[in-house]
Design a protein around this ligand. Structure first.
Ligand SMILES: [Fe+2]
Ligand SMILES: [Fe+2]
Length: 269
């Protein structure tokens, strides 16, 4: 199976890039399933029902979230009726929506997608390792799922790498989101799980993690807010990973993907 995961979509420029580039990318790479992290899709803050629809129409199969999940309040309602939108599995009990979902590709293969959030330098939440253990245990790779993808939304590289090893041999892909910068450590772990510490954002890299530079810089210099954060509007780079799995559901290939904008391009050969 061929999977494409794209990191945090930041603002309109990234949404426009998805709409214009994803259909061709999906066809060129012969991708069976596409996951994107949408926590920053609405001007950097959350996601709306209309944006979800645009992403699905462009060829996205599942949208994951993170700490910005509820910045747009309508997402609290929308997630209850849109199973293709999932939020971190270790949010408090009673949180709307679900943290994992089992989906089917056009060819009938079953893909389990799990979204979880780290706890290092993040809000305190339930143990993400225990939560992922439960989800993988309930739907094991090679038995109930033909592929398992974990979007681990976290700040600390250590926690993300630990999660990769925790899932090694039991998931097709563990990929980090949230830092908005792609890491250069794409690899297949010893047990066969594809891994990259952070997918990087889909957004304008002439920015401070996707935001117009002036206000973030001002807050570092003076600590006095003078304006709201606004998503940067220059051409976006689509960032993520391409993964190919074998019949076992484990990975035989992972390639970084960077398309458009300012970053050096990368595409599977
Ligand atoms: Fe983000
Ligand atoms: Fe985040």
């Amino acid at each position: 199976m061929k999977l494409l995961f794209l990191g945090d979509i930041v603002g309109r420029t990234a949404r426009d890039a998805i709409v214009s580039d994803l259909p061709a990318l999906r066809a060129d790479l012969d991708v069976d399933f596409v996951i994107v992290n949408g926590e920053n899709a609405a001007g950097g803050f959350g996601i709306t029902a209309a944006i979800c629809e645009d992403l699905f129409n462009a060829g996205v199969d599942v949208v994951t979230l993170g700490n910005h999940a509820w910045d747009q309040r309508e997402a609290l309602v929308h997630i209850e009726r849109e199973p293709r939108l999932i939020r971190p599995v270790n949010f408090p009990a009673g949180t709307p929506g679900r943290g994992a979902g089992l989906f089917e590709t056009a060819k009938g293969e079953r893909v389990l997608v799990i979204n979880a959030m780290g706890r290092v330098f993040m809000d305190p939440l339930d143990d993400p390792f225990a939560a992922i253990e439960r989800e993988i245990g309930a739907c094991p790779l090679g038995e109930a799922a033909d592929a398992i993808i974990v979007d681990f939304h976290g700040e600390a590289t250590s926690e993300k790498m630990a999660m990769g090893h925790f899932c090694d041999g039991r998931a097709s892909l563990v990929v980090g989101t949230h830092s908005h910068v792609p890491t250069a450590d794409a690899q297949i772990l010893p047990g066969g799980t594809a891994y990259q510490t952070d997918a990087g954002m889909c957004g304008d890299y002439n920015s401070v993690i996707g935001m117009e530079k002036d206000e973030p810089l001002n807050r570092f210099l003076s600590k006095i807010p003078t304006a709201r954060f606004q998503a940067a509007s220059g051409e976006a780079t689509l960032c993520g990973v391409f993964v190919e799995t074998d019949a076992s559901g484990l990975a035989r290939r992972i390639e970084p993907v960077r398309v458009g904008g300012r970053l050096k391009p990368a595409l599977p050969a």
